[in-house]
Write a protein that binds this ligand. Structure first.
Ligand code: ZN
Length: 287
């Protein structure tokens, strides 16, 4: 919208030059175009077309707009933005962009002690709601103990509402969904690989230390409780009765869990995820 310059068809008319210049000026009612210069930092470039990444963007606009709307018109969802600097001053999302503004937009990963964040207060408890395409990520988050709502029939509006009303971080691969004004805490999951996605989310929200596996129901997100074997004996196949002593039950859907054949595989998955943090750290130390 802002990039479009509309020149209205208008009959040519000569305007009398007030200063009596010898040359007549042919006057067309052109819309007034303003220019702002944008520089997006670090991972915010992921949202820009390739030719606009890591360069100064010359952005022409003809309408009054808040900086939040202008940043989103360039493709960057507002929940990804941490701080905005205009002509060396920090501003909030309501700032109206002026002609000639030089604008730096920073993501959360760029730590600038001086900066004034546009973000709402960080959430005291990290909880998630995930869009319908992130079912495997939701299961992985639950396995690692994180409260993660997921349904394969959530609509966009509902996701935005759940995120807003329950103060849950919206995880999605839909930029348009993140741009909804209701969404204040959200994150665009970059990877399409479920194994990478879980590592990405743990890194982004600094959650490696909070991992607490086998606490939540993988099916429904409910909390698990220990349950005496006698209580559920009649529900178990005979081989399970013989080989297992520890049982947990979901407080919400009553699903029963024990260290069965999947356990080894799940434990390996968890170890792999936790080891990825160590690999990441040693990479940082060496560079
Ligand atoms: Zn359950």
């Amino acid at each position: 919208m802002h990039n479009i310059c509309v020149i209205a068809e208008k009959p040519k008319s000569k305007v009398i030059n007030p200063k009596n210049s010898p040359l007549p000026i042919t006057h067309y009612p052109l819309p007034i175009m303003s220019i702002a210069y944008f520089h997006f930092y670090a991972e915010l470039n992921d949202f820009l077309p390739r030719n606009k990444r890591r360069v100064k963007i010359i952005h022409k606009f003809g309408e009054r707009a808040s900086i939040k709307d202008m940043i989103e018109s360039l493709g960057v969802p507002h929940p990804e933005v941490d701080a905005i600097e205009v002509n060396n001053n920090y501003v909030d999302f309501s700032y109206i962009v002026q002609d000639g503004d030089i604008i730096n937009v920073y993501p959360i990963s760029v730590n600038n002690t001086q900066s004034i964040s546009v973000r709402p207060q960080p959430l005291s408890i990290i909880r998630f709601v995930l869009d319908i395409h992130l079912g495997k990520l939701a299961t992985s988050l639950r396995l690692l103990g994180f409260d993660s709502l997921y349904r394969n029939d959530y609509g966009d509006e509902e996701l935005a509402e759940v995120s807003h009303n329950q103060e849950r971080i919206l995880l999605t691969r839909d930029k348009g969904l993140l741009m909804r004004s209701l969404v204040t805490h959200g994150y665009y999951v970059r990877s399409t690989n479920p194994q990478q996605q879980i590592i990405e989310v743990l890194q982004r929200f600094d959650l490696f230390k909070s991992v607490s596996p086998f606490q939540r129901c993988l099916r429904c997100n409910g909390l698990l409780e220990s349950i005496a074997k006698e209580t559920i004996m009649h529900l178990l196949p005979e081989s399970v009765q013989l080989q297992n002593q520890d049982f947990h039950r979901c407080q919400s859907c009553a699903q029963i869990y024990w260290k069965g054949t999947h356990y080894e595989r799940l434990q390996q998955f968890i170890d792999g995820v936790l080891n990825s943090e160590k690999t990441e750290q040693s990479n940082h130390e060496h560079h």
